[in-house]
Ligand binder design. Structure first.
Ligand SMILES: [Zn+2]
Length: 389
């Protein structure tokens, strides 16, 4: 189905690094790259080296004063107090050397993916270095300096004039992207995440539906803590089908944070690799049904970099490229190469065992609550459809 796909990759992604003990670790992209290479699923013909985003491109979303502050901070030339005004130097988003260059590369990588697809050179493109959905116009937040997806979407609007559906399956609300396009009816954002009651960034309520001309083009499904595959997938498939049918996008941008997994140390959802097989499958279908195949995918959160991220992101690439489903054991070479560096035992297989965790007692209650949330999130679409018939 998918003849030519682009995998945007550079070892330079590793330069986006806060410090050794920080949970955000781009080594996960390299682990995924190496897994796919070992599998023989990623060739030189797929790989495209990214460029840095220019200041003008960053300014499609970000304030010039913020870009200058990031540059100064990365050179050690910004006082602590001044940095904090821009969300820099917090526990979540500490200052690190050359942070502007490292951050602008991740944005440029997503723009590289966009141009590959929208120029017609590739059908789909993947930038696992991107997905930094918490970056704001004038402020860093939640491990994110520049918001590559928001910049890329505005770039698509201005350069190609296409209507964009943004789908964010990270366990955290895709707040930065949502707020950037909150009043824009040409950009529809859909975020499915753990409820903000106990989790950063606290937003993503089902009632956040957009503003002004953009009202009705922002969708949120906040799920209860401990949500499992079945309920997560019900919410995702139901909502994405109806939203795509309602909005009829020209291009789809998906953010593929994989921190809703049971193993993830920062969140409280309980999905397994089952969910990470289905997410890209449906996104892929939607891309072909509505967008003539135009699909740009980026990475995102994912803090169990050894057991979760490489498998989940490899499955995303395999789906994108239409390669045969893999199951059974992971390549031995890959496990042997990385096990000595990993603090946990690497998984033996592509799929998680059925007994990954003990049964969750409140399962029925959680699923029922989530079904009601889906109902509320789609109420606007469903009531319009009823009015139209
Ligand atoms: Zn996240």
């Amino acid at each position: 189905m998918s003849r030519n796909c682009v995998f945007v990759y550079s070892e330079q992604f590793l330069q986006y690094k806060f410090h050794d003990d920080h949970p955000f670790n781009q080594l996960r992209v390299k682990l995924t790259y190496d897994l796919l290479r070992t599998l023989g699923a990623l060739d030189d013909r797929h790989i495209v080296t990214p460029r840095m985003a220019t200041d003008d491109e960053l300014a499609l979303i970000h304030d010039r004063s913020y870009i200058e502050a990031v540059k100064a901070a990365g050179r050690g030339g910004l006082s602590e107090a001044a940095a904090l005004n821009y969300g820099l130097g917090t526990e979540d988003t500490p200052v690190f050397p050359n942070m502007h260059e490292a951050s602008a590369l991740l944005v440029g990588s997503t723009l590289t993916a966009v141009d590959a697809v929208l120029s017609g050179a590739a059908e789909h493109a993947l930038n696992l270095g991107g997905g930094l959905h918490h970056g704001f116009r004038g402020k860093a937040s939640g491990f994110c300096v520049y918001n590559d997806s928001a910049v890329a979407i505005q770039y698509i609007r201005e350069k190609y004039g296409l209507r964009v559906l943004y789908v964010d399956t990270d366990a955290h609300h895709g707040d930065g992207v949502q707020w950037a396009f909150y009043d824009d009816p040409n950009v529809c954002t859909f975020s499915i995440h753990e409820t903000g009651r106990y989790l950063f960034p606290g937003t993503g309520n089902v009632n956040e539906r957009g503003h002004g001309a953009g009202y009705g083009y922002s969708f949120n499904i906040p799920l209860d803590a401990f949500t499992e595959d079945e309920s997560w997938l019900y919410a995702y498939t139901t909502a994405l089908r109806e939203i795509a049918d309602f909005f009829r996008p020209d291009v789809i941008v998906t953010q593929n944070g994989v921190d809703a997994h049971y193993y993830d140390p920062l969140t409280h959802l309980s999905v397994t690799m089952k969910t990470y097989r289905i997410i890209p499958k449906l996104a892929h279908q939607i891309a072909h049904e509505y967008c003539n195949g135009r699909w740009i995918a980026v990475g995102g959160g994912g803090y169990d970099i050894w057991r979760v991220v490489p498998r989940a992101w490899a499955l995303l690439w395999l789906e994108m490229t239409g390669q045969a489903d893999v199951s059974g054991p992971l390549p031995d070479d890959w496990r042997q190469r990385w096990q000595p560096l990993s603090p946990v035992t690497l998984p033996l297989e592509w799929d998680d065992p059925d007994n990954l965790y003990p049964p969750i007692p409140r399962k029925a209650e959680i699923s029922e609550k989530n079904a009601q949330t889906v109902e509320k999130a789609l109420y606007f679409i469903r009531s319009q459809r009823r009015a139209g018939t």
